[in-house]
Design a protein around this ligand. Sequence first.
Ligand code: BGC
Length: 728
Amino acid sequence: MVLGGISLYGQENVNRKIEALMGKMTLEEKIGQLTLFTSGWDQTGPTLHDGYKEDVKSGRCGNLFNAHTAAYNRELQRIAIEETRLGIPLLFGYDVIHGYKTIFPIPLAEACSWDMALAEKSAHLAAKEAAAGGLHWTFNPMVDIARDPRWGRIAEGTGEDTWLGSQIAVAKVKGYQGNDLSDPTTLLACVKHFAAYGAPQAGRDYHTVDMSERVLREVYLPPYKAAIDAGVGTVMTSFNELDGVPATGNDFLMEQILRKEWGFEGFVVTDYTSINEMVPHGFSKDEKQAGEQALNAGVDMDMQGAVYQSHLAQLVKENKVKITDIDQAVFRILKMKYALGLFDDPYRYSNEEREKNTLFSKEMMDHAREAGRKSIVLLKNESIEGRPLLPLAKSIQKIALIGPLADNQEDLLGTWHAAGDASKVVTLKQALTDALPNATITYSQGCSTETDNRDGFGPAMDAAKAADVVIMAIGENYRQSGEAASRSELGLPGAQQALLEAIYQTGKPVIVVLMAGRPLTISWMHDHVPAIVNTWHLGTMAGPAIADVLTGAYNPSGKLVITFPRNVGQIPIYYNMKNTGRPFDAKNKYTSKYLDVDNTPLYPFGYGLSYTRFKYSNLKLSKSTIGFNEDLKVTITISNDGEYTGEETAQLYIRDLVGSVTRPVKELKAFQKVVLQPGESKTISFYLRSDDLRFYTRSMEYKAEAGDFKVFVGGDSADVLEADFELK
Ligand code: BGC
């Protein structure tokens, strides 16, 4: 791996410098390099509590997170450089998840763009802004595959699909780290949460994870591996246990898989106090033992737990941990500080002038809007009086804009919005007012996203009655998804469902703008409301991005990366399920199904409408049989049968019909975007090779097996054309 032009184990020169420095370090100072503490916040900004400041001065803490801004971090860095014995620079980390100050769409939203260049650019711009704010290191990308929308952190990932998630992981690492970590517009990235944090039982955050090694390797591990292969410098452990062993003490994950199989050479940091948490997990009798287990399992840096700080020296004395292991961890961390250029100039990320010119620059805001509109998924758009309700007809005079998210700034930022500034968010009300200067827009909040108070229903209904069309901005507030925000019901929170039904009763056409951090269960809405625009939480430029779609300035192109269930009881529901021995048959009671709900989702993976209509035809394969080293060419024609220019994401899935272990009914293997003018057709080609057909066989070998396959191409995972081929 090359970081900042430094090959991690390659460059003798740097290695020698680090070794020379380590030769001067006391054990306490070494342990300091393995220690990461948070900076807290007061009214005016970040503050470091006095104990930590002393720790920095004495060399007992070599890394900080949640401290930012060029000036503040410069002062902390000054303490490390000028007031510590060895002057080793501090490393500053932060959760820059979907932007630093300018906030881009939440990751789940952005993944719906299926646009890798966009995903990379968001990461690059977030890095540029954050690095201008004094930061070196982001705790991102989060690549945890999630199939359970009850889990609030589904908002932070890229959805349910392993293959797509792996592509996005690569784009993010490239975007954050660039080609040179010492470039002050890049950040060191951290892939998290290793491993399988996205599969907690019952969707409850931090809960137990238990799965077969096959599922672990096939479904959950590939996106972390993709990030490692793309050169990510750091890995964060997860809070959960896996097969009875907490991830932070799990040598199978960290030593066997990460270091031996994948050759990872960067450093591993824990999640927040996750070493300490091995005690309540029931894996360690006390924190001292937890520290021993973590270090011996391969954890280099302790986030916030102070376990290494308190116990490692004693553990060395007792021969429970090896000094050589501590040295190796210190070496890995110092190497990263070298790669970031901090030994050349510890203040290179603290340039106030650059900070001023970068934060909220036009480049950031333009990208926020572009990323926002590409993330939006049009779920439904029925015709009223012979014309689809969206885009809004030019003739519309009076709009009632209703709902707790319609003129709301902070909630549109979504979960983990770092140092995002709510006052900079352009609301939907503002954006619609700007976009439609000739329309009268009457705003009424109606209710909140949390309470059952219905006092606002009356004014909202009056506004609706007086309007030509109603736009309702409803969904989740920013605290209702994300960490520690699991939900057992996924309907509209608070009184919003009741408000929606009351407004619907007025008989006015309703467009729902659904803002949320996860798929909600919206069967009633789907059955009654003519138009639904799922916008997720889009960040600083949410309002203009949504207005672009509502007015038709942008033709929606997003496709779901997560299945929308009909109800919570269907969860986990995902497109690449297994067939079972009794696949659904409506005429046979004894097949796999429910008595009270269909097996199908409300909206499948890959689904999303456009203002135009795409038609797929002429699926052709170059051969009906391919050898293990041959390409299969798959062609299909896509036509735009509607009235608007539009962008379509054509998706290719396969099914391996018989395997030494059973295979999913569909697996995404490729996609392509095509832009088509009205009336235009294009024929596109995909190439499949036997490498694309690999899986973990009965004997856990990763390879393709000869046999019969299906290939499917279409605009979503359910609506496809299909053909057959054989691998021989
Ligand atoms: C989260 C991590 C995050 C860390 C530091 C933890 O609670 O699980 O994703 O990076 O806090 O803020």
